[in-house]
Design a protein around this ligand. Structure first.
Ligand code: THU
Length: 134
C-alpha cells in the first residue's frame, strides 16, 4: 500500500468523526503487518474527558481484532471541512502507539497531496515502554 493510499484512507475515516464540541475532525488509518488497514476517527463526548482520539480508535479496533504489529499510521485533521496542513498526534496517542510498534514504524502526517513522513521514535523520544517494567 502506498503512503498516499493510506493518507486517503485516513481522509475517508475523518468523514465519520463525531466532533460536535470542538468541530475538529481527525481521521487515522493504521496499516497492520498483515496488510489490513484499521481506520479510526475521534469520538467526542458531552463530558469532554471520555473523548477518544482517532489514532486510539484505530489502535483499539486493530488490537481487539487480533492484530498487534504495525507498519505505519496516517493521520489527518482539521476544523470543519478544512484539512490542516499538518495534524500531529497528541501525547496520549503517541504513548498508546509506542506499546505496539517498533523503531521502523512510520508516521505519515499532512495531507494526501503533501505528506510529511516521520517516526514514532522522533515524536516520542526516551519513551516509557514495557522494558522499563523489567
Ligand atoms: N484529536 C484526535 O483525534 N487526535 C489527536 O491526536 C489530537 C486531537 C481530537 C480530540 C478532539 O476530539 C479534537 O481532536 C480536538 O482536540
Amino acid at each position: 500500500m502506498t503512503a498516499r493510499a493510506l493518507m486517503e484512507a485516513a481522509v475517508a475515516a475523518r468523514e465519520k468523526a463525531y466532533a460536535p464540541y470542538s468541530g475538529f475532525k481527525v481521521g487515522a488509518a493504521l496499516l497492520g503487518k498483515s496488510g489490513k488497514v484499521y481506520t479510526g476517527c475521534n469520538v467526542e463526548n458531552a463530558a469532554y474527558t471520555p473523548t477518544n482520539c482517532a489514532e486510539r480508535t484505530a489502535v483499539f479496533k486493530a488490537v481487539s481484532e487480533g492484530e498487534r504489529e504495525f507498519e505505519a499510521i496516517a493521520i489527518v485533521g482539521g476544523k470543519g471541512e478544512l484539512l490542516s496542513p499538518l495534524c500531529a498526534p497528541c501525547g496520549v496517542c503517541r504513548q498508546v502507539l509506542t506499546e505496539f510498534v517498533g523503531k521502523d514504524f512510520k508516521v505519515l502526517l499532512g495531507t494526501p497531496e503533501k505528506i510529511t513522513e516521520t517516526t514514532l521514535d522522533a515524536l516520542l523520544p526516551l519513551s516509557f515502554g514495557k522494558n522499563n517494567l523489567e
